[in-house]
Structure formats: C-alpha cells, structure tokens
Design a protein. Structure first.
Length: 198
C-alpha cells in the first residue's frame, strides 16, 4: 500500500469524524485505526496501490475457484463414466450367467432324456430351475430397456417428465439386475438340489 494512500485514508477519516461532530479521538480508537491500516499495508506491497492489489487478489481467487470447479467437473465426469461402465458390466454379467445357465440346463435335460435309465429325481427340480434362468434372462433384458429409458430421461428426451422418467428407469434397471442375480442364485440352488436327489 502506498504511503500516499495511507495519508489519504487518515485525512478522509478525520474529515468524516469532523463532519459527524467528533471533537476528540481516544488513544485506543486511534491505536485500533492504525492497527487496521498496518494490516492493510501488510497485505499489499509498498509500491502497489491498494485497489490494484485487491484486483490481483480477486483475480487469483477467481482463477483458483475456476480451477477447483474444473477439477470437480472432471471428477464428476469420470465418476459418471465409471458408473456407466460398471452398470453395463453388471447388466452383461446377469444376461450372460442366466443365458449360459439356461442353455446348459437344456443340454443337460436333453442328455438325460436321451438315456434309457430313469432320472426322475433329477427331473423334479430342473423345470423350476430352468424357469428361474429364463426369467433371469428376461429380467436382464428388462434392465437393458430401462437403462435406455433412464439415459433418455436424464438427457431430457421426454420434456417436462424427463427427470422423473430417468429416475424411474434407473431404479427399475437396478432392481431388474438384482432380480436377475437372485433368479440365477435360486435356479442354481434348485439345480443343485435336483442333482443331489438324483
């Protein structure tokens, strides 16, 4: 802060105090005022005007804020990409395990039926197991469709109801993927029981 600015601030304060009718200034008030001026002068170099220093400080704060916002935006973007990739992987996995299990179960049943021995114990739980796998595939397909509606909703494709459709599609897709995994687990358990009883 320039010395001329300090003198100008003191003169301005004296003039304001005179206009307000102040005749005497206490030593404590004067000390507090000088302490404030010292603090201001410490924050700015001697050869730089206070206004210029304040502008530079503002620019530095603004640049810092912009960099922080950019970093937060990039972090959010990467998290969104990671979430989408993870969701796609979960969806593909649920479709793959249920579809593979259904095909394997059909091949197993075809092999059993082709043999001459009776395997009635095996055949008791296999139809229900196969139904679980098939509905698991259906549930994964529903999740894929709902994820499309979710993305379209979040993208504003449905007008005023876009956000609501996006959230509903998102929730249904997550529930359908979880249901697909549950159906796979139940189908695998029933297949295990049928093989144990066979």
């Amino acid at each position: 802060m320039k010395a001329s600015e300090i003198l100008q601030a003191i003169k301005s304060t004296i003039t304001t105090s005179k206009n307000d009718g102040v005749q005497h200034i206490s030593v404590e008030s004067l000390e507090a005022y000088i302490a404030r001026l010292e603090e201001m002068s410490k924050r700015t170099p001697d050869d730089v005007a206070a206004g210029e220093a304040a502008m530079e400080a503002y620019k530095a704060d603004l640049n810092s804020w912009v960099a922080s916002r950019q970093q937060q935006h990039e972090f959010n973007l990467e998290m969104l990409r990671a979430t989408i990739t993870t969701g796609q992987t979960a969806l593909k996995s649920s479709l793959l395990i249920n579809g593979g299990a259904a095909v394997a179960m059909l091949a197993f049943v075809g092999n059993l039926i082709g043999r001459k021995e009776s395997h009635q114990g095996l055949l008791n739980f296999i139809p229900e197991s196969l139904v679980c796998f098939v509905f698991g595939v259906l549930s994964a397909a529903i999740a894929a469709g709902c994820s499309y509606f979710s993305q379209a909703g979040y993208g504003g494709e449905f007008g005023k109801a876009s956000r609501k459709i996006g959230v509903i599609g998102h929730l249904v897709a997550v529930i359908a993927v979880v249901a697909s995994y549950v159906l796979f687990g139940r189908g695998a358990w029933l297949a295990y029981i049928s093989i144990g009883n066979g």
